[in-house]
Design a protein around this ligand. Structure first.
Ligand SMILES: Nc1nc2c(ncn2[C@@H]2O[C@H](COP(=O)(O)OP(=O)(O)OP(=O)(O)O)[C@@H](O)[C@H]2O)c(=O)[nH]1
Ligand SMILES: [Mg+2]
Length: 489
């Protein structure tokens, strides 16, 4: 066996005409979104040499794929192989020997460079996956490619990479491919998710009997890894919720900032904004972790404080798009009703004149202090002599938001991101920016009543700043289940 096709490692070359999506199929199958590892481009002839792409688990190479340059001159190559076959006194159809002779004859000459390179792994013993784009008409050149591949005698599977929906020539292709290949499957490089990737690996079993055990073992590794990723993600989501739902922003305040109404107003707006900036950062960090877990490096997450604007309890739209509906929230045990002013839970006795005025302003019905801000109301806590990192002083503590739907909105947001992440094919190289605007929210509304009640109870404990540890296992199980359900949507 050659270096390209090691003993004991099931090896498959991915072949086809230039620009059919060979590299994209491999990038999606193997979760590679790095252009430095697999180059993908709309310019035909992007891949110019064979590239070994191992599937490794625990440092062991389980399966090997080889990306190859596309066929450039299949008709001429077919004739050249035929001629070599006849020159050697062969009759009937050429076979592997003639293909081997072709590689020897033209290797290093510069002629049929791409064909020689793509046929080398096959000569060395690799099985093959032939990629076609069924939106292209089936021309003679394709027939020549299929003929050459059949001559190699290697185990072969054809993959329809449907770049367009319902491709025009699908039936033509299917009929023809059936007579040249042991197996015909569909695999869309831009759409395929875990299930399709798994199914593709499984179908390798049908073309490579000799390595059945290794391939089955690889699929088990893959399943384990997928479950692990889901569990790690569930932990990330819960960590984020615990942190964000219970978040309190502490800020030392100077007496002089409280003396004049316009200063108080400015301070209030600043703090409010900072609060949601911190929440946005937490959401971004959590999503970055999930992107990392699922090996996405091209996709980005962008959340800004203003994403949380308009989350007004009074606004019907908020209730439709985000979080739970009013009725669901009530059933889950949330206290519904009214925006409520800002809770002021402060040791008023200690307050100086300025702070007293602030409390009056935010606690009163007018809530003049916060006027103009569009963010959900925050609980406000004012204390004199509160311990701060910078030392003793007059401190304000803001948060969590009084909007009872807020934890549900945060959960909805991360679930929306999660769904986008697991649906993203690695072979797709356009930029992906995850944000709230394009998000498919509304997942939490579909949860069961039991799950909602349990989560709500846990959220309330988080909001109080004392996450209920006794609920952790149950909450983790619920979250893993929710994440798993998103895979089927
Ligand atoms: N819409 C869509 N475009 C695809 C799909 N697969 C590949 N493409 C695009 O088709 C072009 C060629 O893809 P590559 O994966 O580079 O094709 P290739 O067969 O490796 O090409 P060469 O290496 O040049 O032979 C790129 O612009 C891809 O983004 C698909 O499933 N859907
Ligand atoms: Mg390529």
């Amino acid at each position: 066996m050659s270096e390209l096709v090691p003993d004991g490692v099931p090896t498959f070359a991915v072949v086809g005409k230039v620009n059919m999506g060979k590299s994209s199929v491999l990038a999606t199958l193997l979760e590679v979104d790095d252009e430095a590892v697999i180059r993908i481009s709309s310019t035909p002839g992007e891949t110019t040499s064979c590239q070994v792409l191992p599937v490794e688990f625990d440092g062991r190479e389980m399966i090997r794929f080889i990306d190859t340059p596309g066929f450039a001159r299949p008709l001429a190559a077919m004739r050249a192989i035929q001629q070599l076959h006849e020159a050697a006194g062969g009759s009937g159809s050429p076979g592997l020997k003639a293909v081997e002779a072709f590689c020897e004859e033209y290797g290093g000459t510069g002629e049929f460079e791409d064909e020689v390179r793509l046929l080398e792994p096959l000569v060395a013993g690799a099985g093959l996956l032939y990629i076609v784009d069924a939106s292209k008409p089936l021309r003679d050149t394709f027939v020549a490619e299929m003929e050459i591949l059949r001559w190699t005698g290697r185990q072969r599977m054809a993959l329809l990479n449907e770049k367009e929906k319902d491709p025009e020539f699908r039936d033509d292709w299917k009929n023809r491919l059936g007579s040249y290949f042991n197996l015909v499957r569909t695999f869309n490089a831009h759409e395929a998710r875990f299930e399709e990737r798994r199914r593709l690996l499984k179908s390798l079993l049908e073309i490579d009997e000799d390595h059945r055990e290794t391939i089955e073992e690889t699929i088990r590794f893959l399943d384990d890894e997928w479950r692990q990723r889901r569990e790690e993600s569930a932990e990330v989501v819960l960590g984020f919720l615990e942190d964000a739902v219970g978040y309190r922003l502490e800020k030392r305040v100077e007496e002089r900032d409280l003396e004049l109404p316009h200063r108080r107003e400015k301070l209030g707006q600043e703090l409010n904004k900072r609060y949601y900036e911190e929440i946005a950062k937490k959401e971004e960090k959590a999503v970055e972790k999930i992107l990392d877990i699922y090996r996405h490096h091209l996709a980005k997450i962008e959340v800004t404080a203003t994403d949380f604007t308009g989350l007004d309890l009074e606004e019907a739209e908020t209730w439709q798009k985000w979080g739970l509906s009013r009725g669901q929230l009530a059933l889950a045990g949330g206290v519904t009703g009214g925006t409520g002013g800002l809770a002021v839970d402060a040791a008023t006795g200690f307050l100086s004149h300025g702070l007293g005025a602030l409390v009056g302003a935010v606690g009163g019905a007018a809530a003049a202090f916060w006027k103009g801000n569009e963010l959900p109301d925050l609980a406000l806590d004012l204390q004199k002599g509160m311990k701060l990192a910078q030392g003793e002083g007059t401190a304000m503590r803001l948060g969590p938001p009084k909007n009872e739907n807020f934890p549900w909105i945060l959960l909805d947001a991360v679930l929306g991101h999660y769904q986008a992440i697991i649906s993203r094919a690695h072979g797709k190289r356009e930029e992906l920016v995850l944000d709230h605007d394009k998000m498919n929210a509304g997942v939490v509304q579909k949860l069961s009543g039991d799950d909602r009640r349990t989560l709500q109870k846990w959220f309330l404990s988080c909001q109080k700043g004392r996450p209920d540890r006794a609920m952790e296992r149950e909450v983790f199980a619920i979250m893993s289940r929710i994440l798993s359900s998103l895979e089927d949507d």
